[in-house]
Structure formats: C-alpha cells, structure tokens
Ligand binder design. Structure first.
Ligand code: PMP
Length: 423
C-alpha cells in the first residue's frame, strides 16, 4: 500500500543542484548512512522550542527550568525508544564515536575487549588502551557467533570483558546476530555494547530484548541534526568511572582541602559524564526523532526500505559490471545500505559522475572501515590514503567502493534515478 509506505517529510527535498549537462535537478540524497536529513517534524519541534531554550540544571529562571524539564524528558523518551531496563542510564553525548570513547574511558581495570575487525573505526579504535582481541571477519552470522565463542572461551575468565559489535554494517548494510552474540558474551561473563549507529534509524532496538549491556547511536543518522548522540545502558561501570570530562555539571561538591588541593564528589547519575553545558537542543531533537519514528511505525519504515533495496538489486541485477559487497551473502537481511564496485571504473569518478550528471549524492571511499574493505575488495586500503580519499588512475581496477543508502525520507524517484544512472 503506497499510501502507508509514503516517505516521511524531511528537509532538503526542494534543494536543486546544477548539472554539468546544463539545467538543474532536484538533489537525490542517497547517503543516509553518513547522515540522514532531519525530519521536517524534528525541525518544526526544534523551531517551536528555540525561543524558549535556556541552560539546563542552572537555577530557578523559568526558561532554565523549562529546558531542564525538556532535557530530562528527552532522556526518558530515548530510554523508552531503546527499551531500557530499570536502572539503566541514558547519557547524552556528541555522537556514536563519542559514546564509544566514553565507554572505553569507563572500562574497569584489566578489561579485555573483543571486537571484529569488520567494525567501523568508531567501534574498532576506542579500545586501544585496553587488552583488545581483534576477531577475523566472519562469512556468516553463525560464524560470527562461533568466532566470538571461541575467543571468549580462551579468555582469562576472572577479569571483566567487553564485546563491541555493530547491529548493521555501515558498508554492507548487513544485520549482525546481536541477540546471539549477546548470549555468547554473557555465557562467558562478558558484557556487550551495541553500535546501533546504522541499526537504530532502520529497526527497533530494544536493550532489554536484545539483552545488550549498552547501546550507542548518533542523532544525525536518526533524522535529527548533528551534534548529539546517546550511550544508554548499565549504570555500574559508568558510575564507578572517573567522569569522561571534568567540570561543572558533573561535580556535586567541590571543596578546598587543608593541604591546599581540591576534593571533588562527582554525580552518580548520567550527569557525571555530561560536564559542561549540555546540547539541550540536540537532546530535544533526538527525542523528537525517536517519537516520530515510533509513531510512523518501524514495520512501515522497514517495508518501505526493503522495497527500495529491491528496486536497486533488481534494477541492476542484469548489469554484470556491478558487484555488490557482502560478508554474509547477497541475500542476507540488511538495512537500506548497499555498497558496490563497478568493473572498469574508479569508484570516486563514478560517484562524481552520479553527482555531476544526475544530481545524485552517494558516498565513495573506504567508509571508515579499512580492514573490512580490505576483506571485501581484496586490496590494501592503507595504501590508498585517508579514509574515503583513495587515489586510482581512471580505468584502473576499482580500489574503493560506492555506497548508496536511503531511509524514511527517500522518494522512489531518487532510487529509480540512481538505477537509471548506474545502468
Ligand atoms: N558506527 C557506525 C556503524 C557508523 O556507520 C558510524 C558513522 N558512519 C559511526 C559508528 C560513527 O558515527 P559518528 O560519526 O556519528 O560518531
């Protein structure tokens, strides 16, 4: 039913861009995996609140109190959206990267960390100060669970351990067996954090149902603007850790000692890791996006997205030069994220042509997941410069890839134009 599956109104629909061939065309933003356009509804909510905002937790002023209420309500909305358990904390951060670095900072002493080499750099790199075991890329969800089981069975069973895993790959869009990985982690006394940067915008995520210990996501991929993110989950490690940032808001009591130094009592709540004036507009926007997605209904959103995935796959199925990238197989369940290479083309030039000749914005490069791209492309991304800026001569075998991604705001026409352009 197309009326049920209509795209949600998002910002930027009316943006037109010039074409090298002359004229202008409505911009087709097909890079939702990098940043999704904000929902019109989120923008309207923020605009309605903007005249009233004040600094939170800062006194009796009416607007400060109003903002404090909205900020704390936003925390409750996010907790509900994520199906948090009683006692879980929702910490507002800047992004998924920030959330995972916060958790890395809060690891107990001697924590072992297990992470697949296939992760986005935001989930791969923050643990480097811990004892990290990097796990080889699995070629099926079952193999992912087996690989983790084996690694955990070999671990020192007495110390704390953490597994970090993505819910949906930012490269292949493939869904990872989060529930099974969580069960494996817990069976071996380890905890698990879910990188839901790509999952949360496309699928319902329930901390309690999946039985994960923490979940991290970014507002700007969830149809809210940039600058806000979330880390939600178990309070104990967060409470036991030094604050992520030292400063006002995180501290309950500060006093001079007789020896001239300073004693600090930190908050035990989420405020412990939110020092400084928080991004109250960002938190409000994230909560608005959570409400909008819940009201639209994930069944509807998933159905629409799967329709768009099919449009791409079927539309390009008879183009032999196009090779889609996958770890778990072309038919593995995925969100609206597809990466591919085109034989005989440099992916960056291909993406540039999509933009210049068709007004289509896709991502090209290595997607901040160099080890995964090395596995998928069988080449060495390290040799190709910075994340997303590889150099290859025109006509050379493609050493990087192209990613097309979409979501709740994507009109059919954008995806159909993309298929036509690639063909
Ligand atoms: N994890 C995954 C799976 C991602 O796709 C991204 C963003 N590309 C991140 C983490 C990092 O998100 P952010 O840049 O918002 O911190």
């Amino acid at each position: 039913d197309q009326s049920v599956c209509a795209p949600l109104p998002v910002l930027g629909r009316d943006v037109t861009v010039p074409l090298v061939t002359g004229g202008e065309v409505a911009y087709a933003a097909l890079d939702y995996a990098a940043s999704a356009p904000a929902l019109q509804r989120v923008w309207d909510d923020v605009a309605a609140y903007a005249p009233y905002y004040g600094s939170v937790h800062r006194g009796a002023g009416y607007l400060s109190q109003l903002s404090t209420d909205l900020f704390e309500n936003a925390r409750r909305t996010v907790a509900e959206f994520l199906g948090c358990r009683e006692g879980d904390q929702v910490v507002f951060t800047r992004s998924t990267t920030d959330s995972l670095n916060l958790l890395a900072d809060a690891l107990p002493a001697d924590c072992q960390v297990f992470v697949f080499e296939t992760e986005h750099h935001a989930s791969l790199l923050p643990w480097r100060n811990a004892r990290v075991t990097y796990l080889d890329a699995p070629r099926s969800p079952h193999q992912a669970v087996e690989t983790l089981e084996r690694a955990l069975a070999d671990r020192d069973p007495h110390g704390p351990a953490l597994v970090c895993v993505t819910g949906a790959s930012n490269v292949t869009g493939e869904l990872w067996p989060v529930r099974e990985l969580a069960a494996a982690a817990h069976a071996h006394g380890a905890r698990i954090v879910l990188d839901a940067a790509q999952l949360a915008p496309h699928h319902p995520v329930s901390v309690a149902d999946l039985d994960v210990d923490w979940v991290a996501f970014s507002g700007h991929k969830l149809y809210a603007p940039f600058g806000s993110g979330v880390l939600a989950g178990r309070a104990d490690w967060l409470r036991a850790a030094e604050p992520y940032l030292a400063g006002g808001g995180a501290s309950r009591k500060v006093s001079r000692r007789e020896d001239g130094g300073v004693d600090v009592e930190w908050h035990d709540s989420a405020a412990r890791h939110e020092a400084g004036s928080p991004n109250v507009i960002g938190a409000y926007a994230v909560a608005s996006a959570c409400r909008a997605l819940t009201e639209a209904g994930f069944d509807t959103l998933v159905a629409r997205e799967q329709h768009l995935v099919r449009t791409v796959r079927e539309g390009l199925s008879d183009v032999p030069q196009v090779r889609f990238l996958s770890l778990f197989g072309d038919d593995a369940p995925r969100v609206g994220v597809l990466s591919f290479v085109v034989e005989g083309w440099n992916s960056s030039h291909f993406a540039a042509a999509l933009s210049a000749e068709y007004g289509i914005g896709v991502r090209d490069g290595l997607f901040c997941a160099h080890p995964l791209l090395r596995t998928l492309l069988g080449s060495d991304p390290q040799a190709q410069g910075e994340c997303g800026s590889p150099e290859a001569a025109p006509g050379e075998k493609s050493l990087n890839a192209i990613r097309v991604s979409f979501g709740a705001g994507t009109p059919d026409e954008h995806v159909e134009r993309f298929v036509r352009a690639v063909r």
